[in-house]
Design a protein around this ligand. Structure first.
Ligand code: CTP
Length: 401
């Protein structure tokens, strides 16, 4: 842990919670581990703990006011954002979480978070009722979906004198999380990763198609997470309503045949292919050139199989597939893993409301070639993406390429 923190610039954001006093311990441990700790306090935080305490611990100026020329960073408010290897907000109040989720940047801390490309960790601390308020929960989900890491809060003694959920996580847990996020940070640097997303569509006529309910969210989350971990990412996207991720090369396709062609081109130089797309298995034997008219009471379409893109990919790259299942999840996924000669398969139960089509969450099981089965809890799609990429990093280094 000490090694990973050495010489890293950690922006420690402190907000107005009673737990602000614990930030002194976090600042101290980070400093002892060799990190350069830049403390940014909101005005409310300064009511709970004196900036001088943090300054004495870190040996660095503490930023409390965007307009005060107290530190070398104050001249340009994005300078801190650029210098950061990581931003940690501990404790984070419901208010700062809401501001971050809405992009409000009305002080040094929120400006820094909005401007930074560094990973952000948020450690909430608040009364249970504020935490459980659906607005706070939605805000936390929004942050997670944007790639923020949320640590805690924990169950325990609260400032109100009650016992409940809302207590700031222990310093060691926060420091461990910082280490994990930092070590993940660029672990895909130099890797070329191809990700497919969305559901392919097979035209019936110029107005209609056969398709499926994939939203593309899982594939997009994978592409963004791989990009943030340093990979060069090619995203092959079937139609979705999602905004295009920045700094990712994207190819838009519609049909399975188009996706197959784009994948074949992209994998030639890739280290890994992650097929998150839901590929339509059948297509009309021939698409009508003009719109079909409802002349007869019934219509029969002759469908033929589409190519199996994943099975047909050759080469020494790592292949990751998904298995969308509604029964015998693990057994069916294992069969696909073997049949399609994959290194890893991500199985999910599409009948589960929290991991079905279009949701922001997913509950998956990872199964590797050795038969190791890992059930993940219900996570946001971004978190699932990070866990899949953790496996990809390991498998790539095992493969030795
Ligand atoms: N896949 C593919 N080409 C196809 C169908 C699926 O490359 N024509 C990929 C998917 O992107 C996914 C994996 O294969 O990574 C498994 O897809 P899934 O739809 O779960 O399984 P199928 O192979 O289509 O089998 P079935 O529909 O019978 O369950």
């Amino acid at each position: 842990m000490t090694t990973i923190l050495a010489n890293k610039t950690v922006i420690l954001g402190i907000t107005g919670s009673v737990a602000a006093y614990k930030a002194a311990d976090i600042a101290s441990k980070l400093t002892q581990a060799g990190a350069k700790v830049e403390v940014v306090m909101t005005e409310a935080a300064t009511k709970f703990i004196a900036p001088l305490t943090l300054r004495s611990i870190t040996g660095r100026p503490v930023v409390t006011d965007m307009f005060e020329l107290a530190s070398e960073f104050s001249i340009e408010h994005v300078a801190l954002a650029e210098a950061a290897d990581i931003v940690v907000i501990a404790p984070a109040t419901a208010c700062v979480i809401a501001k971050l989720a809405s992009g409000i940047s009305d002080d040094e801390l929120t400006c820094t978070v909005l401007a930074t490309e560094a990973p952000v960790i948020v450690a909430p601390a608040m009364h249970t009722s504020m935490l459980q308020n659906p607005i706070t929960q939605q805000n936390l989900t929004k942050l997670k979906a944007r790639g923020f890491t949320i640590v805690g809060p924990e169950y325990g003694w609260l400032a109100s004198g009650e016992v409940g959920l809302g207590r700031l996580s222990e310093t060691d847990k926060i420091i461990d999380t910082i280490g994990q996020v930092l070590s993940r940070r660029k672990d895909l640097a130099g890797r070329r990763i191809v990700v497919t997303a969305g559901g392919t569509q097979e035209p019936i006529d110029p107005a209609r198609h056969i398709g499926n309910r994939s939203s593309g969210k899982m594939g997009y989350a994978l592409a963004e997470a791989a990009r943030d971990r340093g990979a060069e990412v090619k995203l092959i996207a079937a139609p979705t309503l999602l905004p295009e991720p920045a700094s990712v090369e994207i190819a838009h396709v519609r049909t399975t045949a188009e996706m197959k062609k784009a994948v074949a081109r992209a994998v030639a130089k890739a280290d890994a292919l992650i097929m998150a797309a839901a590929v339509t298995d059948y297509q009309p034997k021939s698409a009508a050139k003009t719109k079909l008219k409802k002349k007869s009471p019934a219509l029969t379409l002759e469908l033929v199989r589409t190519p199996d893109i994943l099975s047909e990919v050759k080469g020494n790259l790592l292949k990751v597939g998904f298995a969308a299942e509604s029964e015998n999840i693990v057994a069916n996924a294992k069969q696909k893993l073997k049949g399609k000669k994959l290194d890893l398969i991500v199985a999910n139960d599409i009948t589960d409301a929290s991991s079905g089509f279009g949701t922001d969450t997913n509950k998956v099981t990872l199964i590797d070639k050795q038969g190791k089965v890992e059930d993940l809890p219900l996570l946001t799609k971004r978190e699932v993406a990070e866990r899949i990429l953790d496996k990809v990093v390991g498998l790539l280094s095992e493969k030795g390429n």
